[in-house]
Design a protein around this ligand. Structure first.
Ligand code: GRF
Length: 216
């Protein structure tokens, strides 16, 4: 795997991790198919093999790695298996696309600057362990904030605190429910994540992304 920038030719090899409905995966695949994203989905991995996202991968003929999580699995073993599958498929960039496990430090050490996430709020607001999906939207609505948005960021060991790559904002509509907000903003999130992937694919964002070291 090359260090310090993308090689000139060939589609960006993506690993997409899903645990849920998989609409982000669909959006990435659509962008690849219509030729607006120079990438290849080299692997879809899931901790929930029966989730709709895994079904979408199967239906579309995408290479699926079902990785269930038996209770007897030693700590870290699941991520070691994931890492081996990603390496086998020569994945360059890992996208957390509605993936619900916290990514452990050991895995991030191996994949530093090569894992991104889309979070459905204006980070650093509404962030951290337990803040995902509907929980985020419910918290946004409860806060009375007039606007919300989404953030694509590099994943680092501190949950939802990695460098921001792109952020977009839009208004909250009066009387809107968390479900309505979630549905309304998903296409906006999809466009945002695809735009960031394009920057990596074209080389305007280098791989691995250089995560600034914290100042003492
Ligand atoms: C999105 O809302 C995204 O912001 C968050 O998880 C959700 C994924 O949805 N990280 P889907 O499973 O891709 O439909």
């Amino acid at each position: 795997m090359s260090e310090g920038g993308r090689r000139a030719a060939g589609p960006l090899r993506l690993g997409v991790l899903v645990s849920g409905t998989g609409t982000t995966l669909l959006a990435i695949d659509e962008a690849v198919r219509r030729g607006s994203l120079n990438a290849r989905i080299a692997l879809v991995a899931t901790d929930r093999p029966s989730c709709p996202g895994a079904k979408h991968a199967e239906d579309r003929g995408l290479p699926l790695e079902p990785l269930p999580v038996p209770k007897t699995l030693p700590p870290g073993e699941w991520e070691r298996r994931l890492s081996a599958a990603l390496e086998r498929e020569r994945v360059e960039l890992v996208v957390l696309a509605g993936y619900l496990r916290v990514v452990p430090e050991e895995f991030l050490g191996r994949w530093e600057g090569r894992v991104i996430n889309i979070h459905p709020s204006l980070l650093p607001k509404f962030a951290g362990p337990g803040m995902y999906g509907k929980h985020v939207h419910a918290a946004v609505l409860a806060s009375g904030d007039p606007e919300t948005g989404a953030t694509v960021h590099v994943v680092t060991p501190e949950v939802d605190r990695g460098p921001v790559l792109a952020q977009e904002r839009w208004p909250v509509r009066p009387g809107e429910t968390a479900d309505q907000l979630s549905e309304r903003q998903k296409p906006l999130e999809h466009a945002l994540v695809v735009s960031v992937l394009s920057r990596f694919a074209e080389g305007s964002l280098a791989l691995p992304y250089r995560v600034p070291t914290a100042r003492a």
